[in-house]
Design a protein around this ligand. Sequence first.
Ligand SMILES: [Zn+2]
Length: 648
Amino acid sequence: MTLATLIEMVYTLLEMFREIMEAVGEEFSGLAAHRYVGEIIQYHRLQASPGYRRAAEHAYQKLLDFGLEAEILSYPAREGVTFWAQPSFQEWEAREGVLHLLEPEGRKLADYREIKLSLIQRSAPFEGEAEIVLLEDGLEVEEYEGLDLTGKVVLTKGDVRRVRYLAVEKGEAAGIIYDGIKELPGLERHLDNALQYTSFWWYGGERKCFGFVLSPPEGERLRRSIKGGSVAKVRAEVISRFWDGSLEVVSALLPGESDEEVVVVAHLCHPQWSANDNASGSATLLEVARSLHRLTHRGRLKKPNRSIRFLLVPELTGTYAYLAAHEERLPKMIAGLNLDMVGESQELCGSTLVVERLPGSTPAFSGDLLERLLEAVADTGAGGYPSFRYGSTPFSGGSDHIILSDPTVGIPSPLLIQWPDRFYHTSLDTQDKVDPKMLARVGKVAGTYAYFLALAEREEATWLAWEMLTRFKERLVRLVQEERRAGRELSKKVGRLQNQGIAGLRSLRRLADIELKGLESELSSFTRRELKDVPGLRNEEVKPRENEWEEEARRLVPRRLYKGPIGVTPHLRRLGSEEREGWWRLEHRYGNALWYLLPLTLYWADGERTLHEIVDLVEMETGKRAAELLVTYCRTLADLDLLHLLER
Ligand SMILES: [Zn+2]
């Protein structure tokens, strides 16, 4: 093929892709999706609960009404069951949860029937009176010295999991009152009367308890009177129960010609209301399914080669359950997309619509395609100006795509998300914060993405290859500029980018058998040209970082025993108290960075690389060098028989 014909083809394909986008954009209704949000948020859809099941049945019925093939798949919700290494847990439901202040004055503090978030989710039943003990945050063992908590209730702004362990498990307190709002880096929250979404997770063997949530001003009032010397006493009533039950995944199919699939996932769970998180992603998925079904049935778009699978899941647990039950199908699932928190009104929520890129261990075409589509939608803003904020970010984890994009699963799935969101995980995440126009944009991107990949053959794959090469060049030029100034290990980073660029191009073979030699050599020679004039590159010295953790990492080679990422939290009770304490220190130090540091560690563990090489790779990808964390994490998983650790 000559360059001229190739360029001609690239233009033709660009036109085709714009036509798909136009068709999807016309059919997808942001207002209809906004109405589905209103339907979904009525349900208190805590994963593994009757409320979630009702939401799943509602979504299932809609998919049938739209004309799709759909089913509800059911997985055991009980202790002792695991989906790969992910433990399941029991169903839970509460009928009532009321907290009355009795002393120093009488008033009602919280009522589950008014706001579901008033209760710490999965609270155990309780009826009785208790004195309140004030803890500042209750995270340190020392705070508990000399306190008698037996049968009392602690008031805290600290992490509920930690406080439960120290106050309830060890100190025999009866319950917890939480009055905090978690901070979001980079965003002022100003959420005076909001309640934080707070939950217990029981995996078996823990000392269960109840808990309530107060708004920070209500908590402050209580704190002031206790600090002023008053004794505070409450009466709590929680009517709730746990039982062995099930959790549901709603699956719908838009059938193609072959047995390959493109997978679109959104988590349907979360408390009532939780509109943007994630009724918005679920509603978008439903409207995308309807739109593509209608467009292909009316002949506006032809029937695709591959099928499109739509999955509504309880977050993480449902994705583990579904994939573990369909393990033999994984190689047929060529790419995915995760829709999580997509409907935000940016003015109200302070959010930006971002594509979260694939992890470095799973380079593929799908991340670049999604970025390209988002740019195309932004281009159509009024008068050529983008009418919303958008961008792309490195892999940061925290939702279902961490399972899909794991190399042992192999369904490279970028995430579309609006982040940060001022109302995230609070009682103020309501339908008025969801913008129908935003749903329409996201629907257009998601629908075009899924259909394009379902359709893609030789020509589409070749167009995508050029798109990927262009993006590779941009990234490389940027990297060389930035790192040259910083003078840091440039050749190593460029080498990594180059390898990923080539692996990304090769992933296109999942779509079609295309000729990649020319593209690969262009990628390599472009890299050489870019580096040619960088001074001092050959003499670049990598400064050694040595400490006990680095040394230990050199001796260890982790090999995976299970597919999918593995969290430590569900297995905590199997750890000794010293190990548990050590793990808590690290968790506290790294915070939300664990959302990506831990999955990335396992992604790179191929049974060949030393943990030290993995520490390097994770640092290159995230800027964080975390030898102590990675060594402790792998040692902990090995102790729990969840990872094999070869010592050299
Ligand atoms: Zn959430």
